[in-house]
Design a protein around this ligand. Structure first.
Ligand code: CTP
Length: 399
C-alpha cells in the first residue's frame, strides 16, 4: 500500500469497544510508512490507554481541548492543518451526532469542525442505535456535508446482539485510505476546466441580457474535481458564490470573455461546460442609458457556442468534453440532439421544469447521455453529491 507512505494521518478514537481495533489501525498505518497523531476522547480512555497509543504511534497523544502545554505546542487548529486526512475510528453514535450538529465541546469535535481536510468516519455501535432514525438522520447530514463514511459491517457484536454496526476491519479501513491517496495521486497530473454561472451581455449603461443560473452545480463540480486531485480552473460568469480554495477561478462577465478565458486555459484533460451562456449579445451596445421609446434600436447577434467551438477545435479539444442541456421538455431528444450537434462526449440533461431542483436549489436530478448511446438517470440528490457522482465517472473514464 505504497500510497500511505509519508502521509500524515490524524486518528480520532472515540469511546466504544471497537477502540481496541484502532490500535491495529495505527500499527498498519505505521507499517505502511504513515505518520500517525492521535486524539483520544474522554470515553476512549476507558477502552485504550494513551500510553499504548503513544507507544504504537511513537507520537504524542492528544486528549484535552485546553491544555497549556499542548496548546502552545500544537493547538486544535494547527493539528487539523497538519493532517493530510482525519480518520474517526471508531466513530460512536454520540460523536456522529455531535459532528452532525456542529458541536465542538472537546478536542476531537473541535478539530473535526475546524478541519479543512477530508474526514473519514468509521461508525461502530449497537445494531439498534445504528438503525435508529435519529442516527440515520445524523449520518445523512454527514454524508451530504461530504464526510466519507466507511462501513460499518454486519456481524456479532460485543454486546451479544447481531446486525449492522460493527466497525469495518482495520485492513478494510487502511485499503480505503490508500485508495483515496492513490486516486489523488493519479489525478494530480490531470487538468480540468469548468465553466459555470450565467453571462451578462450589456445592452447599455444599466441593462443587460442574462440567463437564470446560480452557478452552484458548476462550482460543486469544480470543487469535486479539485478534491479528487485535478488541477482545476473554474471560469465563472457573475454569481454570488465564493471562490473555492485550491481552484483557480477566473471571473468573467460576457460570453466573449468566457470564450477567451476558456481558450487561454486550454489544453485540459477534461472540460465541463455547465455555464448558462446567453445565446445572444447586443451588436450596438450603448454607453449611455437607452430611453425606452428608443428600444427598437436594439440589434442582436449570436454568441459563439463555446462548447461547440472547443469540441470541434483541432488542437485544443480536451480528451473528455462534457456539456449540459437545460430543458423544459423532451429532455432525452433535446439532450441527444445537443450531444451530436455539439460533438461532445457526454451531455448532462437537466429537466428544469421540475420544482425543487435545478435553478437556485441545492438539489438536482439529471440524466447522462453518452456518445456510445448509453444513458443513465441519476436520482435527485444534493448538487454537491451529484458533482461527486459526475466526477467519479470522469475519473473512471480518464483512468
Ligand atoms: N453553451 C456554450 N456556449 C453557448 C451556449 C451554450 O458553451 N453560447 C453550452 C452550455 O454551457 C451547455 C450547452 O452548451 O453545456 C447547452 O446549453 P443550452 O443553453 O442548454 O443549449 P443551447 O445551445 O443554448 O440551445 P437552446 O437554448 O436552443 O436549448
Amino acid at each position: 500500500m505504497k500510497n500511505l507512505n509519508g502521509k500524515k494521518i490524524l486518528l480520532i478514537i472515540c469511546g466504544g469497544i471497537a477502540a481496541y481495533k484502532s490500535l491495529e489501525i495505527i500499527r498498519l498505518l505505521k507499517k505502511n510508512g504513515s505518520v500517525v497523531k492521535t486524539i483520544l476522547t474522554k470515553n476512549a480512555k476507558n477502552f485504550v490507554t494513551p500510553l499504548s497509543v503513544a507507544s504504537l504511534s511513537q507520537e504524542k497523544v492528544y486528549t484535552d481541548l485546553f491544555n497549556s502545554d499542548s496548546e502552545a505546542e500544537m493547538d486544535h487548529i494547527s493539528l487539523s492543518r497538519w493532517a493530510d486526512l482525519i480518520l474517526v475510528a471508531p466513530a460512536t453514535a454520540n460523536t456522529i451526532s455531535k459532528i452532525s450538529y456542529g458541536l465542538s465541546d472537546d478536542l476531537a469535535s473541535t478539530v473535526i469542525f475546524a478541519s479543512d481536510k477530508k474526514v473519514f468516519i468509521a461508525p461502530a455501535m449497537n445494531v439498534r442505535m445504528w438503525e435508529h432514525q435519529l442516527n440515520k438522520n445524523n449520518l445523512k447530514k454527514l454524508y451530504e456535508t461530504d464526510y466519507e463514511i466507511i462501513g460499518p459491517d454486519s456481524g456479532e457484536m460485543a454486546c451479544g446482539e447481531y446486525g449492522m454496526g460493527k466497525m469495518s476491519e482495520p485492513n478494510t479501513i487502511i485499503d480505503y485510505l490508500n485508495n483515496y491517496f492513490k486516486k489523488l495521486e493519479s489525478n494530480n497530473q490531470l487538468k480540468a476546466l469548468v465553466t459555470a454561472g450565467p453571462t451578462h451581455e450589456n445592452i447599455d449603461a444599466v441593462r443587460f441580457i442574462t440567463n437564470k443560473s446560480s452557478g452552484k452545480q458548476g462550482y460543486e463540480i469544480a470543487r469535486s474535481l479539485k478534491d479528487n486531485g485535478f488541477n482545476t480552473t473554474l471560469i465563472s460568469g457573475p454569481t454570488n458564490l465564493e471562490s473555492i480554495k485550491g481552484v483557480n477561478i477566473i471571473r468573467v462577465k460576457s460570453a466573449d470573455e468566457m470564450l477567451e478565458a476558456t481558450l487561454n486555459n486550454l489544453p485540459a484533460d477534461v472540460a465541463v461546460f455547465s455555464a448558462a451562456v446567453a445565446d445572444f449579445k447586443v451588436k450596438n451596445i450603448k454607453k449611455e442609458k437607452i430611453k425606452k421609446n428608443k428600444i427598437s434600436e436594439l440589434y442582436l447577434e449570436k454568441n459563439t457556442d463555446i462548447l461547440k467551438h472547443i469540441s470541434n477545435h483541432n488542437s485544443l479539444r480536451p480528451k473528455l468534453v462534457i456539456g449540459f442541456a437545460a430543458e423544459t421538455s423532451c429532455l432525452k431528444n433535446n439532450s441527444k440532439k445537443k450531444l451530436s450537434e455539439k460533438n461532445c462526449d457526454w451531455i448532462i440533461g437537466n429537466d428544469i421544469s421540475q420544482k425543487d431542483i435545478g435553478f437556485n436549489s441545492d438539489y438536482n436530478k439529471v440524466s447522462i447521455f453518452y456518445k456510445n448511446n448509453f444513458e443513465e438517470e441519476i436520482p435527485k440528490m444534493k448538487k454537491s453529491k451529484l458533482a461527486n457522482e459526475i466526477v467519479n465517472r470522469i475519473v473512471s473514464r480518464l483512468n
